[in-house]
Design a protein around this ligand. Structure first.
Ligand code: NDP
Length: 310
């Protein structure tokens, strides 16, 4: 059934103004309605939203589109039982997240965070001779080789890094020199200077990186998490960093979010915390609009939805 009315939930404001998305979809022959902030749910056939909320299903929509790639907050079983189709926004974040991860790695290697910190007190300070390094010739292990992982691998390869990766499917990926299965994670991370997490949060990946995996990493290695906070055992990470078992970390995602004021991670010089912003780009709204537009076309043509999760 092609939808007649698609509601846009105000929660998308986390990423872009709802009315801009509606404007970008003006060419689609469906009525788009931006829901008010305190939405008593109205009548709609489909919904575009950032997050899941109980009352969003009260209108009994046939289709819900999530503007994120990660749908870990959605009750997948419930949606399936109610025959609500759920689609996500995977496929659109490779450039933005790939560039952000390259930025984290360059920052640590080239000590840019030290210089920015020193600037605050107008200090002119050359780094210790044996601390800075170049990314060329270093190894990065990319855990998860979908849109995000490939975005990282492509850029790491381009800058001259050796790239190893982890995925479930034993099929090679361009720009990845060596592939490991998920149960060989310890071996995959052991020689890497950077370990980058780009997996979805699922039953299988919750706590994927705990004390054992962190100690399998080398003492001069950095952990980069752009997946979801709960993929890492955050307490174990803090301990490992305090004990000097790791060189540092870049965390775009934490558990919980926002990272609480009293988290020791805020104070660590070799930890960079970013506010779940690795994918931020002014093009985000256009990319989401393209998925919604394509799925409206498919529903009209009675074709299967793109990016369908449930
Ligand atoms: P994709 O579905 O394109 O890729 C997921 C990859 O993870 C696939 O390569 C898959 O393997 C692999 N994978 C799944 N389970 C495991 C496992 N148990 N062990 C090893 N690898 C596994 O997703 P995206 O790249 O689009 O997004 C990934 C996640 O990143 C999202 O779910 C979201 O949580 C997060 N994200 C964060 C953003 C941010 O702003 N920080 C932005 C966008 C996404 P296979 O190839 O074999 O199927």
């Amino acid at each position: 059934q092609p939808p007649q009315t698609i509601a846009i939930d105000p929660s998308v404001r986390e990423l872009f103004p709802p009315e801009v998305l509606a404007e970008r979809l003006e060419d689609v022959p469906v009525s788009f309605e931006t829901l008010p902030e305190d939405a008593a749910p109205g009548e709609y056939d489909a919904l575009v939203t950032f997050e899941y909320r109980e009352n969003l299903l009260a209108a009994d929509p046939d289709w819900v589109h999530c503007v994120l790639a990660g749908v870990d907050t959605f009750p997948l079983g419930d949606l399936e039982a109610r025959s609500v189709a759920l689609t996500n926004s995977t496929g659109i974040h490779g450039d933005a997240v790939g560039e952000t991860v390259l930025g984290y790695m360059l920052q640590f290697a080239r000590r840019l965070h030290d210089h920015r910190d020193a600037e605050a007190t107008r200090e002119w300070e050359y780094p210790d001779w044996n601390v800075p390094f170049t990314l060329r010739g270093e190894t990065v292990c990319v855990v998860g080789l979908g849109t995000l992982g490939r975005g990282v691998a492509t850029r790491a390869d381009a800058i001259g890094m050796d790239v190893v990766g982890v995925r479930r499917t034993p099929v090679p990926v361009e720009h990845v020199d060596e592939l490991y299965a998920p149960d060989a994670l310890d071996a995959a991370v052991s020689d890497a200077r950077f370990v980058v997490l780009t997996v979805p949060l699922t039953e299988r990946t919750r706590g994927l990186v705990g004390a054992d995996e962190l100690s399998a990493m080398s003492e001069d290695a950095y952990l980069v998490n752009v997946a979801r906070g709960r993929v890492v055992d955050q307490d174990a990470l803090v301990e490992e960093l305090r004990a000097g078992g790791l060189a540092g970390a870049a965390l775009d995602v934490t558990d919980p979010e926002p990272l609480p004021d009293d988290s020791p991670l805020w104070e660590m010089d070799e930890v960079v915390v970013t506010p779940h912003a690795a994918a931020a780009t002014r093009d985000y709204v256009d990319r989401v609009a393209a998925i919604v537009r394509e799925n409206c076309r498919r529903l009209e043509a009675d074709e299967a939805l793109a990016n369908r999760v449930v």
